[in-house]
Design a protein around this ligand. Structure first.
Ligand code: FPP
Length: 240
């Protein structure tokens, strides 16, 4: 029998289906996001108990600004609340805890949230239990364009030769610099799209899709996704 893969080091999650979850219950979409934020907390705790090293979440894309002002404001408030909570819990969280990073453009974000993001990143920088990446105002193509600009600036300054640009160098110019690529990408709610999420980093990731809506997603669903991953044949372009 073929050997199973070990635990994924890095899991990336597209938190989809919040709106449909709320609609099914006759609630405003914002209630779906509220429940989604609770599930995010629960899954972080469970994944860190399992020993997952890196967990990334798609919380707000560069395209999500097109939603109604009310919905955008509600998501921003959930973020604010989470950030404030992280600040408050910092002291009781000295041992271990999450090292939090916010991936995405700071421009265009409310100033108070940017300040809180910077503080939470700085204060959690010495934590070792698990890396949590929250993608906020994030777009995969935008991230690659920014990395290309950074490298172009170095070429212009004469500190880099175009022929020395490698995959590694471009990876190191992304928000995820220094982190392993996702092994497993999870998308609930029955959609089969990557939606501009960690597109460079997920080149060899295994995908897991399911009909469960994110607000209904449980630790048992994470177990199912990991089990499916462990039974996949990962070849990275090699022959069988
Ligand atoms: C996609 O579902 C979800 C979002 C665009 C927002 C996700 C944000 C959160 C869960 C809260 C973020 C805050 C923290 C603290 C993590 P959808 O609205 O597109 O659902 P639908 O496809 O059913 O309409």
């Amino acid at each position: 029998m073929r050997e199973t893969n070990s635990l994924p080091r890095h899991i990336a999650v597209i938190m989809d289906g919040n709106g449909r979850w709320a609609k099914k219950r006759g609630l405003p979409r914002t209630e779906g996001h509220k429940q989604g934020a609770e599930v995010f907390r629960r899954i972080c705790r469970y994944a860190s108990d399992l020993g997952i090293e890196y967990l990334s979440f798609y919380a707000f894309s560069t395209e999500n600004w097109k939603r109604s002002a009310q919905e955008v404001d509600a998501i921003m408030d959930l973020l604010r609340h989470y950030l404030a909570e992280m600040e408050e819990r910092e002291d009781e969280n000295k041992e271990g805890g999450y090292r939090i990073r916010f991936l995405g453009a700071r421009e265009g974000m409310p100033q108070d949230i940017v300040r809180l993001m910077d503080e939470v990143e700085e204060r959690s920088a010495d934590k070792t239990r698990m890396f949590v990446n929250l993608c906020v105002n994030y777009g995969g193509r935008d991230e690659i364009v920014r990395a290309a600009r950074t490298l172009a600036e170095r070429v212009q300054a004469g500190t880099l030769q175009p022929q020395d640009i490698t995959e590694r160098l471009l990876s190191d110019a992304l928000y995820t610099a220094g982190q392993p690529d996702p092994d497993l990408v999870i998308r609930p709610s029955g959609e089969f799209r990557l939606s501009n999420f960690l597109i460079w980093q997920s080149a060899y990731a295994e995908f897991w899709y399911d009909d469960v809506l994110w607000p209904d997603f449980t630790p048992a669903d994470l177990d199912r996704a990991i089990e499916a991953y462990q039974n996949r044949d990962r070849r990275f372009g090699n022959a069988k």
